[in-house]
Design a protein around this ligand. Structure first.
Ligand SMILES: Nc1ncnc2c1ncn2[C@@H]1O[C@H](COP(=O)(O)OP(=O)(O)OP(=O)(O)O)[C@@H](O)[C@H]1O
Ligand SMILES: [Mg+2]
Length: 363
């Protein structure tokens, strides 16, 4: 059974020096004025700056497993998250992403395997882990008894932030997420997207060492998604490590340094977005729409693709992954095939996702 989310202990993250960061990154971080309080102004017991001097992984997972009564949601996954990176989880509905996030945030017990965060065993020292985390859950967890501004301010108080600072942060954040003027509204009077924006603002407010975001931008309009992504990039520049799940492939490609694709609770691929595309989808994709005739797509595939080509058939469409799409189009023109239309485009992360996890719907 899952544990309810626990009360958040106080703590403020300190500035961390990434000894392994590339020289450019170090130079940039020297030039950019930090918006965080200097480490020296943070009380010693609240500062985490001394905790990772060797820049070991922030998180290490070995054989991480989650079993519910009759099913296995996560089946022995291994991964590491480096300090300062944005690490993404992709996977179809029911793949085990939220179950993994819940184990990371210590609200759901680990069934087997080892999970260590900030050098602490998550199973043995959940309080130590939780006090270093900011979380944006997939499910709506706003407090309906509080108004919009109070949802941020009261949450900030859990993190040991003073009333005055909490109110100032709430004002600034509400302006960023364009909820200025709605401070005294009940959260139930906000639209679904507005509630989501408030959840994101609340999760980002603490600026802890690690921010765990389970589908943060779900249900947001394009404008709000852009604002949220900008904000996440800003936090990353300030050294906040992020673990993120999303179903928006362009978001994963834009935000994440590395990705883990899981399906049925198992890792099917991991790497940088670019490496995943190169390895699993090639450079270009030729999309061919077949005429509305029985077996037309299969006939085109048989005539066009060789055993070396990677391709998929989905209904009346044939997707061929090619290093040179134009050359394939020339071959296609020479065929008397039952074709209704064609398109050549760059391969994307979505091609990788569909290739590795299939095109059929999940339960
Ligand atoms: N509390 C629970 N009790 C029993 N089974 C659960 C529980 N929570 C999740 N599951 C099951 O575990 C599997 C993985 O669910 P999970 O929520 O981790 O998927 P997900 O990858 O986050 O999916 P989505 O993209 O839809 O959010 C599913 O089969 C789900 O039904
Ligand atoms: Mg989920």
């Amino acid at each position: 059974m899952d544990h309810p989310p626990s009360t958040i202990a106080s703590g403020v993250p300190g500035r961390r020096i990434d000894r392994r960061a590339p020289r450019e990154t170090r130079r940039r971080s020297r030039q950019r004025p930090s918006l965080r309080p200097p480490v020296s102004s943070i009380p010693e017991e609240l500062s985490h700056a001394h905790e990772n001097p060797l820049c070991l992984p922030i998180l290490t997972s070995q054989g991480l497993t989650k079993r519910y009564d009759s099913s296995v949601a996560v089946e022995g996954i291994d991964f590491e998250v480096e300090p300062g990176e944005c690490f993404g989880f992709l996977g179809p509905n029911g793949a085990g992403k939220t179950s993994t996030m819940k184990m990371i945030t210590c609200v759901s017990p680990i069934s087997a395997g080892c999970l260590s965060l900030f050098g602490f065993d998550a199973a043995a020292r959940p309080r130590e882990v939780k006090r270093r985390l900011g979380v944006v859950n997939q499910r709506m967890t706003l407090d309906e008894s509080l108004d919009v501004a109070e949802n941020i301010v009261v949450f900030a108080r859990f993190f040991g932030i003073s009333w005055a600072e909490a109110a100032a942060r709430a004002r600034a954040l509400l302006a960023v997420i364009e909820l200025k003027g709605r401070e005294r509204d009940k959260t139930t009077n906000l639209s679904g997207g507005m509630q989501r924006r408030l959840m994101i603002a609340r999760g980002m407010m603490s600026e802890r060492q690690l921010l765990v975001l389970d589908e943060p931008t779900i249900g947001l309009d394009p404008q709000a998604r852009h604002i949220a992504r900008d904000r996440l990039r800003q936090l990353k520049r300030r050294g906040v490590t992020q673990i993120l799940t999303t179903h928006y492939m362009e978001e994963a490609a834009q935000l994440c340094d590395r990705l883990l694709i899981i399906d049925h609770g198992r890792v099917v691929a991991q790497g940088t977005p670019r490496a995943l595309v190169e390895e699993h989808a090639g450079r270009e994709v030729v999309e061919i729409q077949a005429l509305d005739e029985v077996g037309a797509t299969e006939r085109i595939a048989a005539a066009l693709v060789s055993s070396r080509d990677r391709f998929e058939i989905a209904g009346d469409r044939l997707y061929v992954h090619a290093t040179d799409g134009e050359a394939l189009m020339h071959r296609l023109c020479a065929l008397a095939a039952p074709i209704a239309g064609t398109m050549v485009r760059r391969a994307t992360l979505e091609d990788v996702f569909l290739r590795l996890t299939g095109r059929s719907l999940r339960d």
